[in-house]
Design a protein around this ligand. Structure first.
Ligand code: ADP
Length: 217
């Protein structure tokens, strides 16, 4: 059985965790936010060199949205960094119109795609960590900063994806820690995890019944 933990803190300060997850961009560049913090703590030059050595091809370095790759953690106190690319939230109908295939989709479809990509970023990270022999994984709130994913919806997606994956696919992972940078993210995730745990453990068509179960928050 996997233990799910929620803490407020800094993902670069989790020495008891095997793999920490980076909210990466699709070019796997240092960037800002949690990504910048992870690069600085790991050592920008050595992490950048490892990314290029491992993942650069004729078109440069890239990782598909919803997918992930891994590197050593270098100066971080962990074994691996898993670089997971979350989606950019489609905020307005005209944003990112340069992507031809995306332009064809309606706003609702684009948001559904973003939801699937965010769920995939979490589940693929857990699967990769499991393949790497990790027993513990820490996540930041992927896509909720610069990428603009609404925090409440992101918390629901994260909670459901992680709960399902650890039960159905990666039972070998003993601990998943959500490291929230602020109190609001922590509270949203706490509520979302209670709901998704109830839904996974007691599947039912009656949503009212699920939500009134006396689970502590
Ligand atoms: P994205 O581009 O995926 O939105 P960001 O880094 O902008 O990624 O933000 C993702 C989340 O990580 C935000 O909730 C932000 O507050 C949080 N965050 C930023 N720095 C850290 C850190 N050092 N540890 C944990 N979470 C962090």
């Amino acid at each position: 059985m996997t233990k799910l933990e929620i803490v407020q803190g800094d993902i670069t300060q989790q020495p008891d965790i095997d793999a920490i997850v980076n909210a990466a961009n699709d070019l796997l560049e240092p960037g800002g936010g949690v990504c910048g913090a992870i690069y600085r703590a790991a050592g920008v030059d050595q992490l950048d060199r490892a990314i290029k050595y491992l993942y650069e091809d004729d078109d440069g370095v890239s990782c598909l949205t919803g997918q992930c790759v891994h590197t050593p953690a270098f100066d971080l106190p962990n074994r691996f960094v898993i670089h997971a690319v979350g989606p950019i939230w489609p905020a307005t109908p005209t944003a990112y119109d340069r992507l031809d295939d995306v332009r064809q989709l309606g706003m609702q479809q684009r948001r559904e795609t973003a939801q699937r990509q965010l769920a995939s970023a979490y589940s693929q990270s857990l699967i990769l960590a499991d393949v790497l022999g990790c027993k513990s994984v820490a996540f930041p709130a992927i896509s909720t900063g610069i990428y603009g994913y609404p925090p409440e919806q992101a918390a629901e997606v994260a909670a459901e994806a992680v709960t399902k994956t650890v039960i159905e696919t990666t039972p070998g992972i003993e601990l998943v820690r959500f490291v929230c940078f602020d109190q609001n993210t922590e509270e949203l995730l706490r509520s979302a995890l209670v709901v998704s745990a109830v839904e996974v453990l007691f599947p039912s068509d009656n949503t009212d019944e699920q939500l009134t179960l006396p689970f502590p928050t």
